[in-house]
Design a protein. Structure first.
Lengths: 408, 394
């Protein structure tokens, strides 16, 4: 630039600003019009389809399949009871003020409240000739248990919020004990039904697979992450090899391999059910990803913490157990929730070993003669189920990353 | 307590732990191998990879030519080609979509922000398997090939049914450039133009460094390109011809580029799913660049496009490369969901070969190794690129 053009000509500057602003507004107008046009193409027809085009009876008639498939109907109270148990313990934890438990409790209560009121909507929904009413009415058999779970959760939350001092060690131990009692209790309730896990399916199977696999892969993943930074070369190489092997392959091949190989490793007498083979595959796969998350957490802990722990005279094992891991794992919680979300979606791949989770139910019911070609309704409903679970968990974990979440 | 003392020696503990790990790993491997071998013996199968040379006896309706008399090994190669085809196209398209959506999410237009956010939320929080089923289901409601939907019917004399795009139950056929005698000449001229453009750019930049005069890149390059195109047209004529597809009998298209419904659904499904994740990666990358950088660039007089291109993206790229690598790997791995919609990819053909030969462990092992190599190669390439764009610290 030459020297004279550096003298400011305010008229020119103002004209430039006005021109730019006019261009900006013109651009915004074009973008808004284009977006509005796109929405106009999608929204009205989608709404019309939802209300009157779709025949929701395919979902209404298969709601039990979506919920738990061939789990004995007479034993369905077991599912209701375990939901109640879980809602209670989440409520207890929420009352103590743990951020993750609080948002989980809020999500669970909201979901239960919506589900409890759905059958009430059956009449008005079917008034206009829409089959949505049939879908709403199908929720009625579960209404009592859903209401019980909702009430139990809310009461537990209030009770623990008023009776327990938030930060006290006693409160923490009590809630911890409640978890330790509740989870096996829920599992025993569910497993108590005759017919075995071969009859499980739908949402029951999806949630069982995802939560069991994440629960089992957490300790395995922590061990792998610790092994990956071990000074012992053989341990380190084994852990790195396992982690990278699992992360380099599609889950579907791991599940397929697990379903072939696990029975070969065990004597014929205890040939494991497909569900347990799926859990093995999902756990091994997920552990590799959890290990990488935990490694990130371990890397975030400053070297000073290790040195301080060693200076206090703690050995390697105790300094990890008492100093490093408690800090590292707290950082990792949102990533683990992210892993659980991924796992919830990934469980849809268990169809490859013949399990009927939500995805496979949605896929197979459209071959029922009465509902041929109703794949839109079936898939939309299944997608909604996954969407509610995954976006609810995502929202819960976002509260952890916000400043308020850091306090507890 | 003599034993206790040597047991507390760290070197002894280290050696013992390693020994235990070695025994466990080798033991598991041996146990597994024995299990596999005894299972194969029980089913009367020969160990080894000899079965790969046997005749497959099934056809594959997609990708490189494959006859049912070809071998199992060749079937797996065809599957790999199909996987790579969808993965590479998917990565390119998903990157483009992700960038566009992330810019939409970062725009200041509330309607656009809302729409792109709804897209990202809906796609990220549902399984890609369901999405793929939905896309293939919708494609299967298209009219049969006899009543193909036609876009831009061509006014050519020879066949009335030629068009730029034909869509039906048999997939989409799209006009595609076809070679002419002059095509190779054009390619040479274009290569020369790119080289000349590069030299020109270096020269103009050097001139600016020396004298401070504006580079006028656009003007110079437009001039160069015009000259090149005029010369090439004079020498070689038209660069290529459009090969317009038409419906050929009751079952197939002739001409153009034909995408089967399975390929189209898989590619579209993977692109829109991964695109939603890439949009989030790009968005957080762009947001990681401090607002001061943007303001400084604007204060220098750069307009919005240049702020993004010259200042924000180069810095955001460094942050984005690792998560972007993960998304590319996810797309490649998710292409194994082709089995849901019946596209013959590596895993789906592997499963067929396994079913026919009974050699499940060997076949799935090979398939796993191939996926592993794809992942490793992708990571190496992207890590190298990551090092290339990394900020050089003083």
């Amino acid at each position: 630039m030459s020297a004279q053009s550096l003298r400011l000509d305010f008229g020119r500057v103002e004209r430039a600003i006005r021109a730019r602003s006019a261009r900006w507004w013109a651009g915004q107008a074009v973008v808004t019009a284009a977006t509005a046009w796109l929405l106009w193409q999608i929204v009205p027809s989608a709404a019309a389809w939802l209300w009157s085009g779709a025949d929701w009876r395919v979902v209404a008639a298969n709601l039990r399949n979506f919920a738990f498939f061939r789990y004995p109907v007479a034993e369905a109270w077991r599912i209701g009871a375990s939901v109640t148990v879980v809602a209670t313990v989440v409520g207890l934890a929420a009352g103590r003020g743990t951020p993750l438990a609080r948002s989980l409790h809020a999500m669970l209560a909201a979901a239960l409240a919506v589900l409890v009121t759905v059958p009430v909507l059956a009449e008005p929904l079917s008034a206009g000739g829409s089959t949505l009413g049939a879908l709403a009415a199908a929720f009625a058999p579960a209404q009592a248990w859903l209401a019980a779970a909702l009430a139990a959760g809310l009461v537990a939350e209030r009770a623990s919020a008023t009776a327990l001092a938030r930060a006290s060690a006693r409160a923490r131990r009590l809630v911890g004990a409640a978890w330790i009692v509740a989870l096996p209790l829920a599992a025993m309730l569910l497993l108590g039904a005759p017919g075995g896990v071969g009859r499980w399916g739908g949402l029951l199977l999806t949630i069982t697979l995802a939560t069991t696999a994440i629960g089992l892969s957490f300790p395995v993943g922590v061990l792998l992450a610790l092994g990956r930074r071990s000074p012992l070369p053989l341990v380190r190489v084994t852990c790195i090899g396992f982690i990278e092997l699992m992360r380099g392959m599609p889950l579907i091949t791991v599940l397929f391999m697990a379903s072939i190989v696990v029975p070969l490793l065990l004597p014929d007498a205890w040939r494991p059910e497909a569900m347990f083979r799926a859990i093995v595959g999902l756990t091994l796969f997920s552990a590799a990803y959890v290990a990488e998350d935990v490694r990130g957490g371990l890397n975030a802990i400053g070297a000073g913490q290790y040195e301080a722990a060693r200076a206090l005279g703690l050995g390697a094992a105790s300094s990890y157990r008492l100093v490093i891991l408690p800090q590292a794992l707290r950082i990792v919680v949102p990533a683990i929730v992210g892993q659980l979300i991924a796992l919830l979606k990934d469980t849809s791949l268990v169809f490859i070993i013949g399990l009927l989770d939500v995805f496979e139910i949605a896929r197979s019911i459209v071959s029922q003669p009465a509902y041929l070609g109703r794949f839109r309704e079936s898939l939309a409903f299944a997608a909604l189920v996954y969407f509610v679970l995954c976006s609810g968990l995502a929202r819960a974990s976002r509260t952890l990353e916000s400043p308020e979440g850091d306090r507890a | 307590m003599l034993t206790a003392r040597w047991l507390r020696d760290e070197r002894v503990i280290a050696a013992l732990v390693q020994l235990v790990v070695a025994v466990v790993v080798i033991g598991l491997g041996a146990w597994l191998a024995m299990g596999v071998v005894s299972d194969m013996r029980a089913r009367g199968l020969a160990p080894g990879l000899g079965f790969l040379g046997q005749t497959a006896g099934f056809g594959i309706g997609e990708g490189p030519a494959f006859r049912s008399t070809d071998s199992y090994g060749r079937a797996l190669v065809v599957g790999l080609a199909n996987t790579l085809r969808v993965a590479i196209a998917g990565i390119v398209l998903a990157t483009g979509l992700g960038f566009v959506v992330s810019l939409a999410r970062l725009s200041r237009n509330p309607l656009l922000v809302g729409l792109s956010r709804a897209y990202v939320d809906a796609l990220r929080n549902t399984p890609v398997s369901i999405q793929l089923l939905l896309w293939i289901g919708l494609l299967r409601t298209l009219p049969p090939i006899g009543r193909a939907v036609t876009l831009g019917a061509a006014p050519t004399a020879e066949a009335s049914s030629r068009a730029w795009v034909l869509v039906s139950l048999k997939g989409a056929a799209i006009a595609w450039p076809a070679r002419l005698p002059g095509t190779s000449g054009w390619v040479a001229v274009l290569a020369g133009l790119i080289g000349a453009g590069y030299v020109l750019r270096r020269w103009r930049s050097a001139v600016r460094e020396r004298t401070g005069a504006s580079t006028r890149h656009l003007r110079w390059q437009a001039g160069l390109a015009t000259i090149g195109v005029v010369i090439a047209w004079a020498a070689f004529g038209s660069p290529f011809a459009w090969d317009l597809p038409r419906v050929d009998g009751p079952f197939r298209y002739a001409g153009g580029y034909v995408a089967t419904p399975e390929f189209a659904a898989l590619l579209f499904g993977l692109v829109v799913y991964t695109g939603a994740f890439i949009a989030e990666v790009v968005r957080s990358g762009i947001q990681s660049v401090g607002a001061g950088q943007r303001e400084a660039a604007r204060a220098l007089g750069l307009h919005d496009g240049d702020v993004l291109r010259l200042v924000v993206l180069p810095q955001a790229l460094r942050v984005m490369i690792p998560p972007l690598t993960n998304q590319y790997l996810n797309l490649a791995k998710n292409s194994s969901l082709a089995i849901v919609i019946g596209y013959p990819d590596l895993f789906s053909i592997g499963q067929t070969v396994g079913n026919q030969t009974g050699q499940f462990v060997a076949v799935v092992g090979i398939v796993m190794l191939i996926y592993l190599s794809i992942s490793v190669v992708t990571s190496i390439v992207l890590n190298a690129y990551g090092r290339h764009v990394r900020l050089v610290e003083r």
